[in-house]
Design a protein around this ligand. Structure first.
Ligand code: ADP
Length: 265
């Protein structure tokens, strides 16, 4: 908060008034700072893969293309980097769409149990043999009003993190609980965990606990920021609990009306 003071003084010298103008500049300044940081982050995120690709392409055109062993390796690096940039740009477009004023969810009634099962099935196919899945979903269907594409992305981002940050594998537990006016959906892993002081920050754009490592894993640093915006657009909340070295649980809620449920059956 910034305050401007003007003293109203009469010719006699007596002060008989004080005008105080309070500007709430903190909010505006915060937005400006965040925007500058965001642009700096995006530039940095794009420059890193681009400079890597430039040096590999330079080496290739300097003659490495003739080397049958080196050339495929260098080409595969440029391919990986290109794919990561595409993911990043797609994530950025997604965020900018959500920032726009006319952003709307395409809500429909979903049987969340079936919906969640279908998403887990998809990951079951690609998981490695060291990873075990456990499903603790509700017995009966719970109908939730939501945007199927957006909720798919939320779960995709959370589940792919659970797998990505569990390099040794372990059990991934999918859970769904019913409360009076919401459901709680959670994904728990037995991976590397997150230090408690960083638990809040992982939902910020571009925040990563270990920058070098997560970049190597191909992450954009935007997955959870996108998940948070999408969950909040549905009127829910998202949070994480974790014990370093033991594992992480990421949970979110979605509004749910149990009474409405009765009308359906
Ligand atoms: P990224 O693309 O880097 O995975 P996210 O926004 O999805 O970005 O996640 C932000 C950061 O939170 C990750 O870089 C990682 O450090 C941490 N993180 C997210 N999920 C997990 C998890 N299940 N276990 C450990 N760390 C996690």
């Amino acid at each position: 908060l910034r305050a401007n003071f003007s003293v109203i003084q009469k010719e006699t010298g007596f002060v008989n008034g004080l005008i105080t103008v309070l500007h709430d500049i903190t909010e505006q300044e915060k937005i400006d700072l965040e925007r500058r940081e965001f642009v700096a982050n995006v530039s940095h995120e794009l420059r890193t893969p681009l400079t890597t690709m430039r040096s590999y392409l330079e080496a290739l055109s300097d003659g490495a293309w003739k080397d049958e062993e080196i050339a495929p390796n260098f080409l595969s690096v440029t391919q990986t980097e290109t794919e990561r940039m595409i993911r990043l740009v797609n994530d950025l477009l997604q965020l900018s769409k959500m920032d726009s004023k006319d952003y709307r969810l395409k809500k429909e009634w979903l049987n969340f149990v079936d919906f969640f099962n279908r998403i887990i099935d998809r990951f079951e196919i690609i998981k490695d043999e060291n990873t075990v899945f456990e499903r603790k979903l509700l017995e009966q269907g719970a109908f939730v009003e939501g945007d199927q594409d957006k909720l798919t992305q939320v779960l995709d981002n959370i589940i792919s993190n659970a797998m990505k940050y569990s390099p040794q594998g372990g059990k991934i537990t999918f859970k769904m609980e019913e409360r009076e006016d919401h459901i709680i959906v959670s994904v728990s892993d037995q991976g590397m965990g997150i230090p408690s002081e960083n638990l809040q920050q992982i939902f910020e754009r571009f925040y990563r606990v270990d920058k070098a490592r997560t970049r190597k894993l191909g992450g954009t640093g935007l997955g959870l920021a996108i998940a948070k915006e999408m969950v909040e657009a549905h009127g829910g909340e998202i949070w994480a609990e974790s014990v370093e070295g033991r594992g992480t649980t990421v949970s979110f809620t979605l509004p749910y009306d149990r009474n409405e449920e009765d009308d359906w059956t």
